[in-house]
Design a protein around this ligand. Structure first.
Ligand code: NDP
Length: 252
């Protein structure tokens, strides 16, 4: 039910953090993983790590905010792997400023990286999924898909949009045997949040106090949900947003 042998998975931002945690899960389940990011050195290191699970992983350089680069990523994956079955829209960024201090360029950077990228990659995946007879899209949202935060208006807008995009794609593509779901990570210890702990006073203490599990998440905490949503086990699950947050979002 969870076997991914013979499947090809593109993980955007799969060269580090949550993306690499999910990529490890997919590779362990048998998928051939294509790690897509801008930093070729980081991708090369991730490929070495993933190769330990077998499955001939590949690193491809791509900027998910760039339409031509996205098209190239999917064309190159199809050329080298012969098929595409799974897309994890994980690449993301944050610029932590209240709205009154945020420039339009900063707004566009975060929206393009977090939300427009998911549209571009999902659109590029669609013909490959149709050709394969089905497919899986896993979009990465956030606790800020649910909650607001004074210091992250554009991040929250982009991650709220990710959930709504998930539902629209899920509705449109259900009869094509394509399931589209979102994962909402809680506070996970990665490069992104290591910077947040520096930028936002008291964040570490608030996260620990508010998370019932009493700890920050680890990238590998996301591996299991990735395998579930990428495999036949979730074939009748579509359009949902699953928190993976140590209980953060289930209480006031
Ligand atoms: P990291 O900063 O560790 O990873 C972000 C990844 O995105 C990097 O691998 C980076 O690769 C890639 N990336 C960024 N911009 C682009 C781009 N334009 N084109 C291609 N790849 C890009 O962050 P996390 O692992 O923490 O975050 C991963 C996802 O999880 C994000 O969507 C984030 O919003 C989300 N998330 C994280 C949480 C956390 O607590 N850490 C909580 C909730 C959600 P490269 O630099 O090579 O381009």
């Amino acid at each position: 039910m969870f076997d991914l042998n013979g499947k090809v998975a593109i993980v955007t931002g799969g060269n580090g953090g949550i993306g690499l945690g999910m990529a490890r899960g997919l590779a362990q389940a048998g998928a051939r993983v294509v790690v897509a990011g801008r930093n070729a050195d980081k991708s090369a290191q991730a490929v070495v790590e993933l190769a330990a699970f077998g499955g001939e992983p590949i690193g491809l350089q791509a900027d998910v905010t760039d339409e031509a680069s996205v098209e190239q990523l999917f064309a190159e994956t199809a050329r080298r792997c012969g098929r595409i079955d799974i897309l994890v829209n994980n690449a993301g960024t944050n610029i932590r400023k209240p709205a009154q201090a945020l420039s339009l360029a900063e707004w566009k950077t975060v929206m393009d990286t977090n939300l427009t990228s998911a549209f571009l990659c999902s659109r590029a995946a669609y013909p490959h999924f149709k050709h394969a007879g089905g497919g899986k899209v896993i979009n990465i949202g956030s606790m800020l898909s649910i909650f607001g935060a004074s210091f992250a208006p554009v991040y929250g807008a982009s991650k709220g949009g990710v959930v709504q995009l998930t539902k629209s794609l899920a509705a449109a593509w259900a009869t094509d045997h394509i399931q589209v779901n979102a994962v909402l990570p809680g506070w996970i210890d990665t490069e992104l949040t290591q910077q947040a702990r520096i930028d936002v006073a008291g964040l570490n203490e608030r996260v620990l106090a508010r998370t019932p599990a009493g700890r920050w998440g680890r990238a590998d905490d996301l591996a299991g949900v990735a395998v579930f949503l990428a495999s036949a086990a979730s074939d009748f699950v579509t359009g949902v947003a699953i928190p993976v947050d140590g209980g953060y979002s289930m209480q006031v």
